[in-house]
Design a protein around this ligand. Structure first.
Ligand SMILES: Cc1cc2nc3c(=O)[nH]c(=O)nc-3n(C[C@H](O)[C@H](O)[C@H](O)COP(=O)(O)OP(=O)(O)OC[C@H]3O[C@@H](n4cnc5c(N)ncnc54)[C@H](O)[C@@H]3O)c2cc1C
Length: 299
């Protein structure tokens, strides 16, 4: 099922990315076929199209309405699971590479939204990492040491701007960013269409078959896209049912959107991905002082 059909909605979802995109109703050909139209798929399609490749994008739901439409929109070079644990698991060089690639990805989004004149509220801001209530404060010390080892600009400071938290130790990471993800994706789709890419919505890909001449992507509706190469950008892979799926665990993350008059920093807590809290100014437009849909699902 496409996550666009879930009952709850996010702050971003009032923006339609490409409502005019039709389903695939006949066979098509391209240099590259991209399966999945989240930020990974559309960014890949865009990079290919600007280099002169003929691109087709397929999505089983509406364009851009996968998990990207439900994120908290942090654009960060910092590792969600902490660099301390990353270094323990993968080593210092891999951690440096992680940070470098993520910094460059954020820089690339900044450049693309500028070059393509995409009005997506992109802005740079500080990120704050602070210990959640009851967590071990030494975690923050270890993380400060870890990020300094890989050369990340970070500052240990005091004061989280929540009631009673003015003396709380935290780490400040300058030069992180945020944006409106679906406005950004809408801009990418326009840039793609201007370069003759084809976007097909409501088109479930069932299989990807490789042969010497390229790939054939077959859809549930019985149509095919023939291409020299395929990019699978479906978040959870559909082409490899073992290597990644056996390492994945399902869990649910909740994010709340609340109106706050003047908070301009990204914040996240050490309690972990599932309990991260982020405050950001609302995008220009209608106020969001409550969630548009108050229905909740049980975890
Ligand atoms: C609550 C929450 C908050 C998050 N916050 C952040 C954050 O602040 N910063 C961050 O970097 N990350 C965040 N993430 C992680 C985030 O989801 C990913 O970083 C990013 O959105 C994944 O993009 P994607 O393009 O890979 O996947 P998606 O946006 O999920 O796109 C995949 C697309 O593939 C399509 N698809 C799947 N199967 C098929 C098929 N068989 N045929 C055709 N199409 C198919 C789907 O319909 C979907 O549109 C958050 C996640 C959650 C749940």
């Amino acid at each position: 099922m496409s996550v666009s059909k879930e009952r709850t909605v996010s702050l971003w979802m009032e923006t339609e990315v490409a409502p005019e995109a039709p389903p695939l109703r006949a066979d098509d050909r391209a240099d590259v076929v991209v399966v999945g139209s989240g930020i990974a798929g559309l960014s890949t399609a865009y990079e290919l199209a600007v280099r002169g490749q003929d691109v087709v994008v397929l999505d089983r739901g509406p364009i851009g309405m996968g998990m990207t439409s439900r994120t908290t929109a942090h654009l960060t070079s910092i590792c969600d699971d902490s660099f301390d644990s990353y270094i323990s698991l993968r080593g210092l060089e891999a951690a440096k590479l992680f940070h470098q690639t993520h910094s460059e990805a954020v820089n690339r989004i900044e450049a693309v939204q500028r070059e393509e004149s995409i009005p997506c509220n992109f802005r740079r801001l500080d990120g704050f990492l602070f210990p959640a209530i009851g967590s071990d404060p030494s975690v923050l010390t270890k993380e400060l040491e870890a990020v300094r080892r890989i050369g990340v600009a970070v500052e240990g400071v005091r004061g989280v701007p929540f009631k009673g938290q003015d003396k709380t130790r935290c780490l400040r990471y300058p030069d992180q960013a945020t944006f409106h993800p679906l406005r950004y994706l809408r801009g990418l789709t326009r840039a793609l269409l201007a370069r003759n890419a084809r976007l097909y919505a409501d088109t479930v890909v069932e299989s990807v078959e490789e042969d010497e001449g390229g790939v054939t992507v077959l859809t549930e509706g019985g149509n095919a896209v023939r291409a020299l190469a395929a990019v699978i950008a479906t978040n959870s892979p559909i082409n490899d049912r073992v290597a990644i799926h056996t390492k994945q665990a399902p869990y649910r993350t909740y994010a709340m959107g609340l109106h706050h008059p003047a908070r301009r920093n990204a914040r996240w807590s050490l309690l972990g991905y599932a309990r991260r809290l982020s405050l950001r100014p609302p995008p220009a437009g209608p106020r969001h002082d409550r969630l548009p849909d108050r229905r909740r699902r049980r975890p």
